[in-house]
Design a protein around this ligand. Structure first.
Ligand SMILES: Cc1ncc(COP(=O)(O)O)c(C=O)c1O
Length: 406
């Protein structure tokens, strides 16, 4: 039971920061984020990347992405203000949340934002009132099938509603500028993209019939991270090459249908940052306890869990490295965080979800938690159960020396 051999390669900058660290913290590798950003543009040339801030609202990360040319997908005035602090022009930031209050719209407008996501008539009316003359793009609902987090139902509208919404926007003095989709976060299939492009094509053509000619399509987020394990501990292996292939075909198809200039926006979140972040945590205790059903189970309690860095641990497992136990005997254990909350654990069933843990781990031993850079800092609780939010350090792109940030 040795998964060390399966570990993905760890960037040297991250490895040395994790090795040197004597306290718990998350490290972000700016050079790695830049590499992933460049690789994405190589796959989808000409696409305008607007980083989904929620995945990693860390000033240094945002500033670096802005310097590389990225814009931002912001969910409200607070994120908008943070995006603008990077120096990026307001024209490269959009209000990508379909859920907005009047006050939020007005504040975004005051900050200079002129592009808004929408999916309903009441929202269009509010945008027209509080952000007059702005550009809007209408989010189409998707099923979320094939994704770990579907993001369906709460957001997006039907094809028929989209025509109504954008027609109403035009009547209200707004510019009906685009359509958007989100195929679901950590989307693991290429098929979801095929379905999304078909839907976008149908609505694009229908809108033309209604005299509405768009200037862009926003493909949302959903591009997967590569370093996760599923609920059972098996490596998730998203077909990234096939996904990019389907996307390139889709872009070509939509351009062809449109028959003129059509821009494309992408809002990647986790794909850019997940593997570029890693947590140094430590072992609380490895226990063996008989359960009420008579079964004896090992549990490994860590200093870091759902409420202080690993919010997504209920849907997936992270790869763990025990650097002080290079060649150990393993026992299968359920992994859990430090709080008095039973949700604070890796997914596990009666016999599934066990993680190989060195039998000899002792309280205080360091543990590295890989591919944990997405939705970590943003989902930290403010000290739930008395456990402090995880501090972070950003490793600069041009030097290998950590610069502590918080
Ligand atoms: C509107 C929007 N765009 C982009 C993203 C980023 O998604 P992901 O991290 O899956 O790329 C999200 C995340 O939920 C979102 O809500």
């Amino acid at each position: 039971m040795n998964r060390q051999a399966e570990l993905p390669s760890l960037a040297p900058a991250l490895r040395s920061a994790l090795t040197a660290s004597t306290d718990d913290r998350i490290f972000y590798d700016l050079a790695g984020i830049a590499r992933r950003y460049t690789a994405l543009l190589d796959e989808l040339p000409g696409v305008d990347v607007r980083f989904a801030m929620k995945a990693c609202p860390v000033d240094e990360v945002l500033a670096h992405l802005a310097a590389l040319g990225a814009g931002f997908d912001a969910a409200g005035p607070h994120e908008i203000a943070q995006a603008l602090r990077t120096g990026v022009p307001a024209s490269r930031v959009h209000y990508g949340n379909t859920v907005k209050s009047d006050r939020g719209i007005a504040e975004a407008y005051r900050l200079g934002i002129r592009e808004f996501a929408t999916d309903s008539l009441p929202d269009v009316t509010a945008i027209a009132e509080h952000a007059p003359g702005s550009r809007v793009f209408c989010r189409l609902a998707t099923s979320g099938e094939g994704a770990l987090w579907g993001l369906s139902r709460k957001f997006g509208c039907s094809a028929a509603d989209a025509v109504q919404v954008l027609t109403a926007a035009r009547k209200a003095g707004l510019t009906p500028a685009g359509l958007s989709v989100h195929v679901g976060s950590q989307q693991l299939t290429a098929k979801a993209w095929t379905v999304a492009f078909e839907l976008l094509g149908d609505v694009l053509v229908d809108l033309e019939r209604h005299g509405i000619r768009l200037d862009h399509i926003n493909l949302g987020g959903g591009l997967p991270a590569l370093g996760y394990l599923d609920r059972h501990g098996t490596a998730l292996d998203p077909p990234l090459d096939e996904i990019f292939q389907v996307m390139r075909q889709g872009l070509g198809h939509l351009r062809h249908l449109h028959g003129g200039e059509l821009d494309f926006v992408l809002e990647p979140g986790r794909h850019l940052v997940a593997e570029q972040g890693a947590i140094r945590a430590h072992v609380y205790r490895l226990t063996s306890r008989q359960q009420p059903d008579g079964e004896r189970e090992h549990w490994l309690y860590l200093s870091c869990g759902k409420f202080n860095g690993l919010y997504e641990m209920d849907q997936l497992q992270y790869r763990l490295v025990f650097p002080t136990h290079p060649d150990p005997q393993y026992v299968p254990a359920v992994v859990a965080g430090p709080t008095c909350d039973s949700d604070d654990a890796f997914p596990h069933g009666h016999t599934t979800g066990r993680v190989p843990v060195p039998r000899a781990v002792a309280s205080g031993d360091p543990v590295w938690i890989l591919s944990s850079g997405a939705y970590a800092v943003s989902y930290l609780t403010q000290g739930f159960n008395g456990f402090d939010p995880l501090p972070y350090t950003v490793l600069p792109a041009d030097a290998r020396l950590p610069s502590p940030c918080r």
